[in-house]
Unconditional design. Structure first.
Length: 207
C-alpha cells in the first residue's frame, strides 16, 4: 500500500484503513524528518488507532520525553491509570498534570491528591487546589473537615465543598471550635446556617 514514501490522498483514506496499515502509517510518520506524510500528522491518526497501540504510543512518548497532551483524549482509562502510577513512582516527571487531570477518573484523582499532599502540596507546578474541580465530592468534604479540625487554612475548599460539610463546620464552631474562621464561611453558607450563626453570635454578646 505504501511505496517509496509516496502516499496519495492518505488523509481521506484514514477512516477506511485497517489496524495494520494505520500502525504502519504511524510508524512512517514518526520516522519522517517532518513528522508528517502527505499532510497527515500523527495526531490525525489517534481517532482511528487501536487502544493497545495508543497505549504503546503513550509509553514511547514518555520514554522520549515528548508532549502527550494531544494523545490524552484517546488513551483508555487503564493506560491513564498506569500513567498516574508512573508519575507517583517518579517516572513521567515531564508530564503536565494540569492537562492530564480532565481525563482521569475519581480513583486516579484521589491517588494524585494523596501524592501531592505527601510532596508538600504541589508537583511540577500543579497544586492540590488544581485537583479540586475534578475530585469526588466526598473526598473534598473529608479534606475540608481535616483542615478545619486541625486548625489549617480551608479556604481553597470552600467553592467546592458541600452544604452539609459547611453546616458541620458551623456546628463545630458553635460547639467550641473557635479556631474555625467563620468569616470565610459566610459567602458560601445557606440561609439556615447563616441564621444559626447570627443567633449564636447575638446571644453570646448579649450574655
Amino acid at each position: 500500500m505504501f511505496n517509496n514514501g509516496n502516499f496519495h490522498s492518505v488523509k481521506s483514506m484514514l477512516p477506511f484503513l485497517d489496524e495494520e496499515d494505520l500502525e504502519l502509517l504511524a510508524q512512517r510518520i514518526m520516522e519522517s524528518p517532518t513528522q508528517m506524510i502527505d499532510n497527515v500528522r500523527l495526531e490525525n491518526l489517534y481517532p482511528f488507532l487501536d487502544d493497545d497501540y495508543l497505549g504503546t504510543l503513550l509509553s514511547q512518548f514518555l520514554e522520549k520525553g515528548l508532549d502527550i497532551t494531544k494523545l490524552l483524549p484517546f488513551v483508555d482509562d487503564d493506560d491513564l491509570s498506569k500513567l498516574v502510577d508512573q508519575i507517583i513512582s517518579g517516572k513521567g516527571t515531564n508530564v503536565n498534570l494540569n492537562k492530564l487531570l480532565p481525563f482521569l477518573d475519581d480513583d486516579d484523582i484521589k491517588k494524585l491528591a494523596a501524592f501531592l499532599k505527601q510532596n508538600g502540596g504541589s508537583f511540577n507546578g500543579t497544586s492540590l487546589s488544581s485537583l479540586l474541580p475534578f475530585m469526588d465530592d466526598d473526598d473534598i468534604d473529608d479534606a475540608f473537615k481535616d483542615a478545619w479540625t486541625n486548625g489549617k487554612d480551608f479556604s481553597k475548599y470552600l467553592p467546592f465543598v458541600s452544604d452539609e460539610a459547611l453546616s458541620e463546620a458551623v456546628d463545630a464552631y458553635i460547639h467550641g471550635n473557635s479556631s474555625i474562621d467563620v468569616n470565610a464561611l459566610y459567602p458560601f453558607l445557606e440561609e439556615d446556617d447563616l441564621k444559626k450563626l447570627f443567633h449564636y453570635e447575638i446571644n453570646k454578646k448579649s450574655n
